[in-house]
Write a protein that binds this ligand. Structure first.
Ligand code: NAP
Length: 259
């Protein structure tokens, strides 16, 4: 992972990756560093971010950690400005951080849970895009990828995951609208559906009480794990990053599309 050896479209670009401390986000940072990008890492867990930063810098990449709770929207607006002040113009934004909860019967939803899900899954990605658009437009080049989920294509398939499906659908609509707004600017906006990936998020669902969640959701995720169908974060990250060199915009790309 020697950044100086790279001459591709990502070489030397500053990439912001949210949810970079583990799972798909961590794997995306490793893949971006292999392409010569510099990294700004965002998540709440400072310890996880520090570990990823150290892994990247030990491999010769440039990386800085920005521990932030993306549900705190004023902090999100500040974060964008702080990263550009510290590190320069951002060229790549990977909005990967997400939360799957609350899961369970919809009549048990609380305002606080729904609000938090929308903030992390939809509003923070919109605000981060807004924060970096001026730099991307000025450079005539930018790449925004919003990590969604395949269940948006079939919302009824994730019974008891109403908030997650709804918030990720909002994220996808935002992405396609923004892509149209930015047509011809050199800034692309795409959605990425990462597949079923073996991460802490999947583990969290399997740990929930099947009876109180209901709808067979926990059992289906447990079966999917047992059957060995989950893919690795590295696999999904490779497909995401391989799409960043192109000029497609306003697309919804699924990991399975990579063949
Ligand atoms: N795994 C799958 O099968 C799957 C399938 C479809 C879509 N996805 C999507 O893929 C993305 C990555 O998921 P994953 O499976 O890699 O999950 P994960 O292992 O749970 O990682 C989620 C990342 O998001 C960060 N995050 C969560 N809440 C945050 C907050 N309030 N502020 C800042 N960062 C926050 C987490 O860090 P902290 O907790 O430290 O903040 C963590 O780094 C998510 O958007 C998810 O919806 C995953």
């Amino acid at each position: 992972m020697h950044t100086s050896e790279h001459t591709g479209p990502l070489s030397g670009r500053l990439a912001v990756v949210t949810g970079a401390g583990r799972g798909i986000g961590r794997a995306v940072t490793l893949e971006l560093a292999r392409s010569g990008a510099r990294l700004a890492l965002v998540a709440r867990s400072a310890g996880e971010l520090t570990a990823v930063r150290d892994e990247l810098t030990a491999a010769g990449a440039s990386a800085a950690a920005y521990p932030t709770d993306l549900a705190e929207l004023p902090a999100v607006a500040d974060l964008g400005a702080r990263i550009e002040r510290d590190l320069g113009p951002v060229g790549v934004l990977i909005n990967n951080a997400g939360v799957v909860g609350p899961i369970g019967p919809t009549e048990q939803l609380t305002a606080a849970d729904v609000d938090r899900s929308y903030r992390v899954n939809a509003i923070a990605p919109m605000l981060l895009a807004a924060a970096f658009l001026a730099s991307m437009r000025a450079a005539g080049w930018g790449r925004i990828v919003n990590v969604s989920t395949g269940v948006v294509a079939r919302p009824a398939a994730m019974l008891r995951g109403n908030t997650y499906v709804a918030a990720k659908s909002a994220l996808e609509a935002h992405s396609l609208n923004l892509a149209a707004e930015l047509a011809g600017t050199g800034v692309t906006v795409n959605v990425y559906r990462p597949g079923r990936v073996d991460t802490a998020m999947q583990g969290w669902i399997r740990e929930q009480d099947p009876e109180s969640v209901g709808g067979g959701l926990v059992e289906r995720f447990a079966e999917s794990y047992r059957s060995g169908e989950l893919i690795s974060p590295a696999h999904s990250a490779r497909v995401l990053v391989s799409g960043l060199g192109g000029t497609d915009t306003g697309r919804i790309r699924d990991v399975a599309d990579a063949g």
